[in-house]
Structure formats: C-alpha cells, structure tokens
Design a binder for this molecule. Sequence first.
Ligand SMILES: *[C@@H]1O[C@H](CO)[C@@H](O)[C@H](O)[C@H]1NC(C)=O
Length: 374
Amino acid sequence: MGRLATIAGPVMLLLLCTMCTQALGIKDGLLPNGNFERGPLPSQLQGTRVVGSSTAIPSWTTSGFVEYIPSGKKQGDMLLVVPEGAYAVRLGNDASIRQRLRGAAAGHRYSLTFSAARTCAQAEQLNVSASGQSGILAMQTMYSSNGWDSYAWAWVADADEVEVVIHNPGVTEDPACGPLIDSVAIKTLNPPRRTNKNLVKNGDFEEGPYIIPGTKCGVLIPSLTVDDHSPLPGWMVESLKAIKYIDGESFAVPRGRRAVELLAGRESAVAQVIKTVPGRRYALSFTVGDASNACRGSLMVEAYAGRESTKVAYESEGKGGVPKRAVMPFRAASARTRVVFFSSFYSTRSDDLSSLCGPVLDDVAVVSVRAKRG
Ligand SMILES: *[C@@H]1O[C@H](CO)[C@@H](O)[C@H](O)[C@H]1NC(C)=O
C-alpha cells in the first residue's frame, strides 16, 4: 500500500498537471468576438451584407449570405433588437459562421451556448457542429417575447483543436431570411458523478451550459438531446419541446445556483436512467418552486420512477415562493429505472402572455431505503 502510494503520488500529480494545462486552453465564457462587437470594415459591407472576405468579422470565418446587423435596424416595420452590445449577425440562405479553438482536451465534453432570434415567419433551424458531431436545433418560439432565446448544445472533443460551426441550412426565396445570432459562449462540462447517497447524477442541476450573464432568459436545452449532446450532464430532454436552464442571478432557484424550468407542459420532459436493484425499495425526492418570473397560478409537476408516479401541485404567485419538497417511494422493477419529470400543463407569464413558463424543478435525489445497520 505504502509503495503504491509513493508511486501513485507523482503520477497523479503529473496527470493532474496535464489536465490543468489543457483545461486552461479553453476558458468558459464568450468566444473571442463571441458577441460580434468587432465587425467588418466599411469596405467589406454592402448595406448589411458581409462581402469580399470570409474573415471580415474578426475571429470568425463566414460563408453564404451573412449580414452584420446593428441594433435598431428596421426590417419592414419590425425593429431588430440585439440582446448584447450593439451588433449581431444574421445567417441567411445556407450561411454559416465558424471559429477554430485550440486547447480542448480530447474526450472532454463542451457545451456551446448562443442567443438566436427568428426574423421571418417560417420555421427556422440551425445545424450546430463540432468535432464531427452535429445537432439540428429548431428555433422555437413562445419562450420569450422579445424573440431572443439562448440555446445550448454539447459535444465531445476528439482533438485539442475544435472547430465550432453554426449553419443555417435553410434556403428560402428571400436570401436574407434567417436567424440572428449573438453571444456565442463555451463551457467545459465536468462529468457527472453519482455519490454514495444519491443515485441521480447532477440532481441539483449545478453542472450545465454557460448562461450569458445579464441575459435574464436562461438557456433552452433543446428537445431530443441525449447522452454526449446533452449540455445538462446526466440528464436528457425527451419529447418535442425544450426545457429551460435557469440561474439564481436572474431567477428564483430553490437551492444552489441553478435549476430547470419545465415550460412546455407534457411536451417537454427531463429524464435520467438510474441503476437500481430489482425489487429493492427507493425514495425519489425533488423540490418544486417557481422562478419568480410572473408564472402565476396552479402549477403541477408529474414525476415517474419505473411504474410509479406522483403529481405535485404548487400554487405560484410568480414571485419565487417557498419551494415544496416531495417524496415518492417506489420499488424498482428492473436493473435500470427511468426517472422522468414534466409539467402537467402549459402556463404563460401573467405579465407577458406570449411567453411560456412553468414550474421549477431542483434537487432531485433517489436513495435506497433498505434498512441499514451502523
Ligand atoms: C449538419 O452539419 C454537419 C457538419 O457539416 C453535417 O455532417 C450534417 O449532415 C448536417 N446535418 C444536417 C441534418 O444537415
């Protein structure tokens, strides 16, 4: 044992140092010129369209119909608002923006956060890719009234250099039609760990995508994000619509600094498969609250663990009321038990009927309730 420890010590130190220098390579937060405040030279613009060079926007490479949009620009009778700073880009027909980043650690998971807004009436989607992996994110509406939302997507780096690409694969009659993009940020995700006590990984939702400070709109975790592409380690978003990842700076959060808001009724569920022993008894516990975002009325969270389920009602005044802790005992039917949460119905904010909202879920735990000695 003693000898092993003396050998393991320096090896561990070496390993840790390799990891720390690599971790220093990619810093959590906005990418270089991630908010597009530095723009093309006047000679590289034709109106708002970026022309002439694919590297006209500092730190980025562009292709296709890309526009450089100043805040307050009018489109028809619509005023384009930019969430951060004074500029954003618009990805028109088959347009993409890309940036190469060094210092990633192969095998580590990273999550990309960016803000996007639709500008035309049709359905718009973005293809986000990095390290040979990609995901299609639908620009869903109804989450915020100003049209902007933040989205997250995650991938596993395959080398120390990664190229992140945001691409609008759409081709429409009006080549300028397409989403506006702003505030592109990155975060290294730490692998979720289950503790001796709690079988649920990342049950307090503290580990998750970067939330752009001051955006006050949280981050949407898109639907059908599983495994490596989930920016919420341990969890997957099932079904059709997104859930929202929220922070204590802009919202009420029952415990810690982060939580999730279940904002699309039965159409958005957050789930995790946990390891269980068939026949053994467990207790699923979780906390329900409201985000202090004017989501008023009777809210209801449904929870499922294996064959058991429960409904937890929460009367919300929309001001971040006293959170409610719920416990549901269940007996595992198999070696894997799926734990699922969703909101029973849709709600909208009382101060803004066009924005969906819902109950907040936090602090999920599953413990074995088999009697133990000592
Ligand atoms: C998204 O982009 C990636 C990388 O360019 C590509 O391999 C993939 O086929 C695209 N997906 C769709 C659905 O267009």
